[in-house]
Design a protein around this ligand. Structure first.
Ligand SMILES: N=c1c2ncn([C@@H]3O[C@H](COP(=O)(O)OP(=O)(O)OP(=O)(O)O)[C@@H](O)[C@H]3O)c2ncn1[C@@H]1O[C@H](COP(=O)(O)O)[C@@H](O)[C@H]1O
Length: 117
């Protein structure tokens, strides 16, 4: 498996907007407001969206309706991208990491870890 960059165009376009918003006014942009409030506020939002995604997944499992789960997952991905952007990272860093794992089974990776102290 090759590991050349294959950035998703949606994620790449959103990452560009998030980067531009670092210079924008907090009065005019939600993303600029998050950057202005700082990392702790961004992490609070990631945590909230994570919980909401879990609840939506349980609901989707019970009802078979997936619209809410898709919407909450989009909120989680979006706020995770704001977090990465705030720390000078972007989606390509995560996509590269996932691509590098293509040939490695999760069970093999776990077995190769050094024993915990
Ligand atoms: N994809 C998104 C996106 N997804 C979710 N959100 C916002 O995330 C916020 C958080 O959702 P919540 O349900 O928690 O709302 P809330 O309770 O009002 O939030 P808080 O008051 O707790 O912060 C809402 O205001 C949503 O509108 C987004 N805001 C922006 N984007 C993208 O970012 C771009 C830049 O946005 P601005 O910076 O606002 O111009 C946009 O063009 C979009 O492409």
């Amino acid at each position: 498996m090759t590991t050349e960059r294959r950035d998703d165009p949606v994620l790449a376009a959103l990452a560009d907007v998030l980067e531009q918003r670092k210079e924008a006014s907090p009065d005019e942009s939600y993303v600029a407001r998050l950057h202005h409030k700082g990392l702790n506020k961004i992490l609070e939002k990631v945590g909230e969206e994570c919980t909401e995604t879990i609840l939506a997944a349980k609901d989707a499992d019970l009802t078979g309706r997936t619209e809410h789960l898709i919407s909450e997952t989009a909120d989680l991905w979006f706020h995770s991208l704001v977090m990465l952007s705030h720390l000078g990272l972007g989606p390509s860093d995560v996509l590269d990491e996932l691509a590098s794992r293509f040939d490695l089974s999760g069970l093999e990776e776990k077995a190769s870890r050094p024993p915990e102290a």
